[in-house]
Design a protein around this ligand. Structure first.
Ligand SMILES: *Cc1c(COP(=O)(O)O)cnc(C)c1O
Length: 484
């Protein structure tokens, strides 16, 4: 382990010298109450300028991102985000405006938001959008609030249950639960799709709706989506689309056409904003026209060529974010969509699907693929064969990939696949990168048979190897304490 910056500290070392203070010490104690004055100097590391630079450079090199290498983290769409998006978001006219500015001075920003909403409507087949939610899960919450407001507005208060598939992303049941719904699980059938018989049996006048993602978390397209929609609608429920990963469908299929009433998108997965470090995101939601009155306030309207923020919406669920959401992310999504155009967006989906199927086909000889047929932007492999034959688990495979300079796929999700390895290459990877990943995965499979002991100890080349993840979450040590 390299030394901490505090441990490198040498008394008197300086990276920068500030001019002597021109405030006499007596003046300081006169002006600042004694309680607020330090008795001793703060314990700060003292290092030379070059050591300070090396410290921060070393920290930056410890993190791994899409800009450093392959990152096939399923359900997360870790794709390359074109740098032109960052350029656009930093333009002074966008970056320097303030949300309290009068409407007439921010017409350009409002126009961008209005047009982005229109483009998202076109992409999803919805009628109205709000850009307020700051993340996918936040969009789900907003959508579930709209479902509730809709049923309540009709005096239909018996609907206290929400159906969620057993393959769902964890945020779906969590959202439904947070809104006070009882979560009812619908089973997947042997092909990995929603079990229609099970769904029919679950429907009643107590069901508020069904939350679904399509393609589902196995990367499979719900072929019976129209029938699913009919079953839910016939029983008076609404259909919610988790569109966090739209990489397989943009330009090709639309949730609005499939029968969904509400959907969210993750601009920070599909539309050009980097994510993963907890930075600002955006999870806009779209609704069909019969739900538009429930959208959060304000909504952006256009009258006689002028854009206007309308707060006067009696049926609105209210506000779900300060001001209007994360504006910088909207600028990036707008830039991304405009740069690609409709043929470019379609190519995104085609290449994402092609890349996923290329990997699936090449890995199928060594790893089990429980639902092994044409997939969309991702697929789920399993390390159950390696576990049975050599005691090598999905976690071991993930750690071994780190040694091969590759970010591991998502592991142990979805829950319905044993030793799951959920792989999403995305459309931005080259054939050569995909081939290198295939080679790494085949090599790990060989090592599982030839030298499982070594795999159990992987990663051998990482700064942090096998942390106690529970301990790190429950008893985090976030502060360095000097020895004396
Ligand atoms: C990422 C994801 C979400 C949640 O999005 P956040 O922005 O992380 O809140 C929801 N559903 C699916 C399928 C996802 O992949």
């Amino acid at each position: 382990m390299s030394k901490l910056i505090f441990e490198k500290s040498v008394k008197g070392a300086r990276a920068f010298t500030l001019p002597e203070s021109d405030i006499p010490p007596e003046k300081v104690s006169e002006e600042i109450p004694a309680d607020f004055l330090r008795e001793e100097d703060p314990l700060l590391p003292e290092v030379s300028e070059v050591e300070a630079v090396r410290h921060f450079t070393a920290l930056s090199q410890r993190s791994y991102g899409v800009d450093s290498g392959f990152y096939p983290l399923g359900s997360c769409t870790m794709k390359y985000n074109p740098k032109i998006n960052e350029w656009a978001a930093r333009l002074p006219g966008f970056a320097g405006i303030h949300p309290y500015q009068p409407e007439e001075t921010v017409q350009g920003a409002l126009e961008l938001m209005y047009e982005l909403e229109q483009m998202l409507c076109e992409i999803t087949g919805m009628d109205s959008f709000t850009l307020q939610p700051a993340a996918g899960a936040h969009g789900e919450m907003t959508g579930a609030m709209i479902i509730k407001a809709y049923h309540n507005s009709r005096g239909d208060t018996k609907r206290t249950k929400m159906i969620v598939p057993d393959s769902a992303h964890g945020t779906n049941p969590a959202t439904a639960n947070m809104l006070g719904y009882k979560v009812i699980e619908v089973k997947s059938d042997e092909r990995g799709l929603v079990d229609l018989e099970d769904l029919r049996a679950l429907m009643s006048d107590e069901i508020a709706g069904l939350m679904l993602t399509n393609p589902n978390t196995l990367g499979l397209f719900e072929e019976n989506i129209r029938e699913i929609a009919a079953i839910v609608h016939d029983a008076g429920g609404l259909l919610y689309y988790d569109g966090a990963n739209a990489n397989a469908i943009i330009g090709i299929a639309r949730p609005g056409d499939m029968g969904f009433d509400i959907c969210h998108l993750n601009l920070h997965k599909t539309f050009g904003t980097p994510h993963g470090g907890g930075g600002p995101g955006s999870g806009p939601i779209g609704v069909k026209s019969f739900l538009a009155d429930f959208l959060p306030v304000p909504v952006i309207e256009k009258h006689e060529g002028k854009y206007h923020l309308n707060y006067n919406r009696p049926l609105s669920i209210g506000k779900v974010h300060t001001f209007y959401g994360n504006f910088g992310v909207m600028v990036k999504a707008y830039t991304y969509i405009k740069a690609l155009g409709s043929s470019g967006l379609k190519a995104v989906s085609q290449n994402a699907v092609l890349n996923a199927n290329y990997l699936r086909t090449k890995l199928a000889g060594c790893y089990d693929i429980p639902y092994n047929r044409l997939c969309k932007h991702e697929f789920v492999a399993s390390a159950r064969k390696q576990k049975k034959e050599a005691g090598i688990t999905a976690l071991d495979v993930a750690k071994a990939l780190i040694d091969r300079r590759c970010h591991p796929p998502t592991v142990y999700f979805p829950l319905i696949v044993e030793e799951a390895l959920m792989i999403e290459p995305t459309e931005t990877e080259t054939r050569e990168r995909l081939d290198a990943f295939i080679e790494a995965m085949l090599e790990i499979d060989r090592e599982a048979r030839e030298n499982p002991e070594r795999l159990k100890e992987a990663p051998h080349r990482a700064v942090i190897r096998r942390p106690d993840e529970t301990g790190a979450a429950r008893n985090p040590k976030l502060k360095w304490t000097p020895k004396d």
